[in-house]
Each structure stands twice: as structure tokens, then as C-alpha cells.
Design a protein around this ligand. Structure first.
Ligand code: ARG
Length: 580
């Protein structure tokens, strides 16, 4: 609807340009807002106000001319000039009904594919494998996953890349510790990588002989010594299967096939450095190979170099990322490279993108974006910690979520069998953690708080999951299949119209989420849908009236509500429940 209205306005501007009312070279950005107050119509624009000044016209007169120049259409039922020159549009009810019908029939509740399908390479989760996944890994995994689902539903080809850190000096220490243990102990110790890492670190700090062996093993690993490689591979396999367990529990779509580890780029790194050299971009600084880019300076005007090779010959995080850009463009054929990585790596990615273009690793039209996110905080205003003050393993956090949800469900959902309660608790627990995160603005820090996220009130997973089951319960009572209602929509009550207006916005919201890589817009929207349904449900009895046409129409509105909630939650990676 919004796009249609935008093109009508664009056509009106073009007509005014032909008539000479507006200068031919203006290319206005058409902004359409949705007024909060419905008496101001469904859409409002300040277009006339913006263009009046350069055209030396009275804004209200220009607004009038603009309305007169709107092409003939059956979208707009009414226009009105408000205040100094805003134009308010009321959309025709037939249009609303047509859109509802379309969404009702549509597989994705009205989501339209993007105008142009692209290949989108999405880097997300990407933990370092030396340790177990912890709270700091939550956001990348679930935000990246939600955006991947949204890109897919818009018809793009999504290639997921789990750029795990499986290389670097800390592996020497882990391998040295592995060597010391016999097989039985080793299996046991590797079952908790957090404690394994701590034990290895302790040995490293305490024993000079151990530390020397660790350093030897780094060299052996890097030179591809087979025994050392095998040991390393064993560790990596264990660590990746820990990750996979977390992904499966979280409903994050990553699999082993999406892993493209740092080490996979090793063979290409000398070439990356050679190519930079050939381009004349390298400078040697204290034995290290660096690139100085004018764009990146600190407050004191000192350059912030990108180091691509250490004085000892070793390569760095940045070198691997440069190789990865090339791979993603040339082999994966990406048009858009998306990175869901902590905000604090912002400078790193800006440097990589700038350098990749300078070096000709990235085509001019390759789109590269780092989507940073804020930190998960504890109630004390510091990064979230476990009770013992250490980092919280993600697996433990999810256990606790399920445990807390089970307590709630056992109190609230007494009509369920204990098997059903267990299932509901799993879904509610995990979804609460995910939703609490996804519903916050990606770029902000947020406070991790069990009570808020598990609340049945407010913009939370339990509220939405419950709202969904409530909508769904109507069809059973009515004995109606929600997917095959043939009667037309009839909109009389203002609550029906309000719900309808929200439902037809779904497409617009999903596109916004894709454009900004910000899932919280979708959360806010679904919360509005549930709220509008609730007002409608209270004011407009679905099953009690005598009028069959009204009853069918209301059931159909409920059916589209359920479908929109289910589709929306699925895009967030949250499954729905049939009952709770
Ligand atoms: N492993 C890195 C870390 O834990 C994140 C990697 C993100 N992706 C990338 N291509 N650099 O900080």
C-alpha cells in the first residue's frame, strides 16, 4: 500500500514538473508516515512543505496542486490538507479488503519478494572454538539467524558462513594439555571446554616446560605436522559439536556445512599479502607488514594501521578476513556481504571493507555491511556474569531458562499433562531468551532479566505465544478450518478496521527489518498485532452473533492474525505452540 501511494505521489510530482510548477531537476525523497491519530487518515506526507520553499510557493497551494495531479486510482478514498501543508490520505476500504484477501491467500501472509533477488552471504555466530560458547555469543547467533530467515523469505539466496576461530596461539596450550591426558580422561575433560581451557591455562601459567611445549605445538600445527594436526582436529570436532548442540537448542539454522573456519583460509594468506604488496599498499613497520589508510586515524591524528603479517611471519585476524571477502565474492558469488559481529569490532570491519576495495578484492558494487550489536548486561550494569562471577556458558543459560519456564508452566498451565508441560516449558524458556534479545534495538546494550523476559505481560515471548494459542483456539470451537474460509471480509466495527490496518502492514515491516537488519521492528509489530486482536476479540464476539457473514468474516480475520503471528515468529526463529 505504501509503495503504491509512493508511486502515485511520484507521478504527481512528475506531472507538476512537466507543467512547470516544480523545477525539473528536483528529486524529492517521498516520506510517508502513519499518523498515530486515525482522524489524520492512514498516511501523511510533508512533501508539499518540503518542496514549497525551493518552488517559492505557498505550501498549502502546492499541496492542493499535488492532490489535483494525483493519477486516477482506487487506492485513495480521501485526501485532506492539514496544518501548514501536510497531506493526509485515507485509504479506501475496498483496497484494505483486497489486501487482506491477498494476505489471507498468500503463503507468507502477504510478504512480497524483493524486486531483485540477490545472493546474500551472512556471517554470524562465528565463535572462537578454544572455549565453549558463552553469553557473548548469543546475539550474533540469534540476530544473524533472524535476518537470514527474513532475507530468505524475500526471495534472496542466503549463504550462511560460520567463520569460527579455530587457529591462533591459544591452541598450542590446549594441544599441550591434550597430550598430557590419556584417552579416557581426555574425553571426560573435553566434555566441558570451559574447564578444559581453564586447566590448560593454569598449566601454561605454572609450568615453564608446559609453556615451551605449547609454543612448539603452535609451530608444529602451523607447519602441518600430521600428529599435531590430528590432535587439533579432534579438539575442533568436539568444540563444533558443542556449538551444534547450542544451535539446535536455539533453533538457529546453522549446520556443519556452514562452517568456514579461519584455518580454511590459511593457504590463501601469503597470496593476500603478496597482492597487497603488488598494489603498493604495504609498509614495513618494526618488521611487520602493515597498511596505513588515510581514512583511519585516532583522535591525535595518528594512523591506525591494519597489520596483515607479524614480524615472525604469522598472519592475523584481518588477513583472514581479507581472504574471506575475496572468497565470498568470487566463489560464493555474494552480492551483499553481511556481518553480525559485536559493535566493538566496528573499526576492524571498516578497515577491512575500505582496504578490500582499495586492493581490488571487492568489486565496486559489492555491498559489505557490518551490523554491530550491543552487550548483554547484568542487573548491576556490567556485562552479564554467572553467579560465581565467571562468564556464563550458553548451554547453562539455556538450562536455566528451561528450568524457570517449567516452574511457571507448572503453576499456570495445570490443565496440561506433564509431558505437555515439559514441551511447553522448553519452547517458552528458549523463546523468552531469544525474544528478549531480538525485541531490543540491535545497537543498544540491554539488561538480561529473567522476570521480564518470562513475563506473560508486555512485549515478551510468553505473551505472544499465549496470544497465538488464544487466537487458534477459536477455530476448534467454531469447527472451522482456518485456511479455507471462502466468505469475504466485512469491516464494520472500528476494532475490525484497526486490526485489518495492522495486518496489511506485515509486508512493509518485514522489508524494513531486511533493510535495516533490525529484528526488533518485527517484534514491536507482532506485539501490536496481538494487542489489536485482543481489543477486537473483546469488542466483537466471534462465535455468538447470529449473522453468518459477520461470523465468517471475523473468523477469517482471526485466521489471518494467527497466520501473521506464526509467520512473524518463524522469521524470528521462534516456533509456535498449539496449546499452553
Ligand atoms: N571469532 C570472532 C570473535 O569471536 C568473530 C568472527 C566474526 N567474523 C568475521 N568474519 N570476522 O570475535
Amino acid at each position: 500500500m505504501k509503495e503504491q501511494l509512493e508511486s502515485l505521489l511520484a507521478a504527481a510530482v512528475a506531472t507538476l514538473q512537466q507543467q512547470g510548477t516544480l523545477a525539473a531537476d528536483v528529486q524529492p525523497r517521498i516520506q510517508l508516515d502513519r499518523p498515530r491519530d486515525k482522524s489524520h487518515g492512514d498516511f501523511a506526507t510533508n512533501l508539499a512543505l518540503m518542496l514549497a520553499k525551493p518552488a517559492k510557493m505557498n505550501p498549502r497551494a502546492l499541496a492542493e496542486a499535488m492532490i489535483a495531479a494525483l493519477p486516477e486510482n482506487n487506492l485513495v478514498a480521501k485526501t485532506e490538507i492539514a496544518g501548514p501543508g501536510f497531506i493526509n490520505f485515507t485509504i479506501s476500504q475496498q483496497q484494505l479488503i483486497d489486501q487482506l484477501e491477498h494476505a489471507y491467500q498468500d503463503e507468507h501472509a502477504g510478504i512480497q519478494a524483493a524486486a531483485q533477488a540477490k545472493t546474500v552471504v551472512i556471517d554470524y555466530s562465528s565463535p572462537n572454538l578454544a572455549k565453549e560458547m558463552h553469553v557473548g555469543h548469543l546475539r550474533s547467533a540469534i540476530i544473524g539467524d533472524a535476518v537470514s530467515r527474513v532475507e530468505e523469505v524475500l526471495g534472496h539466496k542466503v549463504v550462511r558462513q560460520n567463520h569460527v576461530g579455530d587457529w591462533g596461539t591459544q591452541f598450542g596450550m590446549l594441544l599441550a594439555h591434550m597430550e598430557e591426558l590419556d584417552n579416557a580422561d581426555l574425553d571426560m575433560e573435553l566434555s566441558n571446554l570451559e574447564t578444559f581451557y581453564k586447566a590448560a591455562k593454569k598449566r601454561f601459567d605454572e609450568s615453564e616446560a608446559f609453556a615451551a611445549r605449547a609454543r612448539e605445538l603452535v609451530v608444529a600445527l602451523q607447519s602441518g605436522e600430521p600428529k599435531c594436526r590430528a590432535l587439533w582436529q579432534q579438539f575442533i570436532d568436539v568444540s563444533l559439536s558443542h556449538c551444534q548442540e547450542v544451535y539446535d537448542r536455539l533453533g538457529v539454522k546453522l549446520t556443519r556445512a556452514d562452517v568456514m573456519a579461519e584455518s580454511a583460509y590459511n593457504d590463501d594468506l601469503p597470496q593476500v599479502v603478496a597482492d597487497l604488496k603488488e598494489q603498493g599498499l604495504l609498509v614495513e613497520d618494526q618488521g611487520a607488514q602493515c597498511v596505513f589508510l588515510d581514512e583511519f586515524k585516532n583522535k591525535d591524528g595518528e594512523s591506525l594501521p591494519v597489520i596483515v603479517q607479524k614480524s615472525g611471519g604469522g598472519y592475523l585476524y584481518a588477513t583472514t578476513d581479507l581472504a574471506a571477502v575475496r572468497y565470498r565474492q568470487n566463489v560464493l558469488k555474494g552480492d551483499h556481504l553481511m556481518y553480525f559481529v559485536d559493535q566493538r569490532q566496528g573499526l576492524h570491519f571498516q578497515q577491512i571493507f575500505t582496504l578490500a576495495r582499495k586492493a581490488g578484492f571487492a568489486r565496486e558494487d559489492l555491498q559489505m555491511d557490518h551490523y554491530g550489536f550491543g552487550t548483554v548486561m547484568g542487573k548491576d550494569g556490567r556485562p552479564y556474569k554467572s553467579r560465581d562471577g565467571g562468564v556464563t556458558k550458553l548451554a547453562d543459560l539455556l538450562d536455566e531458562a528451561e528450568k524457570r519456564a517449567l516452574e511457571l508452566v507448572q503453576q499456570k498451565n495445570t490443565q496440561l499433562t506433564s509431558d505437555e508441560q515439559a514441551h511447553v516449558a522448553k519452547v517458552v524458556g528458549i523463546s523468552s531468551v531469544k525474544y528478549a534479545d531480538l525485541s531490543k534495538n540491535r545497537t543498544s546494550d540491554y539488561i538480561f532479566d529473567w522476570d521480564t523476559m518470562l513475563s506473560f505481560e508486555g512485549n515478551t515471548a510468553p505473551y505472544l505465544l499465549y496470544a497465538y494459542t488464544r487466537v487458534n483456539s477459536v477455530f476448534g470451537k467454531a469447527g472451522v478450518d482456518p485456511s479455507s474460509i471462502t466468505a469475504p471480509f466485512i469491516l464494520n466495527d472500528e476494532r475490525e478496521i484497526a486490526l485489518a490496518n495492522i495486518l496489511v502492514r506485515f509486508n512493509e515491516v518485514v522489508h524494513t527489518v531486511a533493510d535495516k537488519a533490525m529484528p526488533h521492528f518485527l517484534c514491536g509489530y507482532l506485539y501490536d498485532v496481538a494487542g489489536a486482536f485482543s481489543s477486537f476479540y473483546e469488542a466483537c464476539p466471534i462465535l455468538q452473533g447470529d449473522d453468518q457473514d459477520v461470523r465468517q468474516s471475523r473468523l477469517k480475520l482471526a485466521a489471518l492474525t494467527a497466520k501473521t503471528l506464526r509467520q512473524g515468529l518463524e522469521l524470528l526463529g521462534i516456533p509456535t505452540l498449539e496449546k499452553m
